[in-house]
Write a protein that binds this ligand. Structure first.
Ligand SMILES: Nc1ncnc2c1ncn2[C@@H]1O[C@H](COP(=O)(O)OP(=O)(O)OP(=O)(O)O)[C@@H](O)[C@H]1O
Ligand SMILES: [Mg+2]
Length: 277
């Protein structure tokens, strides 16, 4: 469980800020869909700051139980004492509760979210025989990365349809380059070159379903730009963050390198103004 409060820098690509705000006002939970590293977590952090609500992030995994979320009785020096789980605590405080990677949780664990995610806004604490109705300020947010055509899990419709869905994607090139430069401290021309390279890889990943790989995310570009700002040669940064992490298949890596070489001609040379300024 991670707790954050500070407002985060977030550049909106569309109307997601407005949609989120409206959902918050209407007490509708929000589901964020989008590829890895496109800004889902950053967006939620930003909105929590904007709405001045504490943010409780729960990273879902398949060992997560209802008790992990809701709470359990603990034995303390001979006494039995109830301890709220992070979800219950978030409801009581009127926080924004963010269930990251919600598909990773088992359906039987997620089933108890149904009453909280619809008009009832209630969490049933079975062990306490208590029904906790969420205060006005409480909001449920969840996210995952749907990958149709792969073996990645999906949510049950009964849960998915209780949420208002906002789709996020990588920013348009100009804006992405701006974010990369601001986040990494690298000069804008470097950020632009990296974004261009990522764009070519994203197009290639979409074009060629047989060599399926997940193209580089904004996070990877920021990481590459940051090490370049720190003095790493462009080539090495591109290899480490934009090429090597995409697949473990040597043949596909080879093909990706060829795509990158075509996208970044003269990649071996440094740009005239040097990468460190
Ligand atoms: N719109 C944006 N505004 C500002 N920064 C962004 C934006 N999109 C991406 N970033 C940058 O990309 C990084 C990764 O974004 P974030 O962690 O929010 O991705 P994510 O969608 O939650 O990924 P994952 O699904 O892997 O958890 C951020 O730390 C930030 O540096
Ligand atoms: Mg995230």
């Amino acid at each position: 469980v991670i707790e954050t409060c500070a407002a985060s820098r977030y550049l909106a690509a569309g109307r997601e800020t407005e949609l989120f705000r409206r959902a918050y006002e209407r007490k509708v939970p929000v589901m964020l869909l989008g590829p890895t590293g496109c800004g889902k977590t950053r967006f939620v952090e930003h909105m929590a700051g904007e709405l001045r609500r504490p943010l409780v992030t729960i990273t879902c995994h398949d060992d997560l139980t209802t008790a992990d979320l809701v709470g359990r009785h603990l034995i303390r020096g001979g006494d039995v004492e109830w301890r709220d789980g992070p979800l219950t605590a978030a409801v009581r405080r009127g926080a924004i509760c963010y269930l990251d990677e919600i598909v990773e949780a088992r359906p039987d664990t997620l089933a108890m979210l149904h009453s909280l995610a619809d008009h009832r806004r209630a969490l049933y604490l079975e062990r306490l025989g208590e029904e906790l109705v969420a205060p006005h300020d409480f909001m449920l947010v969840a996210s995952y990365n749907p990958r149709p055509g792969t073996s990645v899990k999906e949510l049950k419709p009964a849960l998915r349809q209780r949420f208002a869905t906002i789709r996020l994607d990588y920013l348009p090139a100009d804006q992405e380059a701006g974010v990369v430069a601001a986040e990494s401290g690298a000069p804008v021309p470097i950020a632009r070159r990296l974004v261009e390279c990522a764009a070519v890889l994203r197009a290639a990943a979409e074009r060629d379903p047989y060599t399926r790989f997940d193209p580089p995310s904004t996070r990877s570009i920021v990481a590459a730009a940051a090490v370049i700002a720190g003095g790493t040669p462009l080539d090495d940064a591109v290899e480490a963050f934009l090429v090597a992490p995409l697949t473990t298949d040597p043949a596909v890596t080879h093909a990706i390198r060829a795509v990158v070489a075509a996208a970044l001609p003269g990649n071996g040379e440094r740009p005239a103004d040097g990468p460190n300024r």
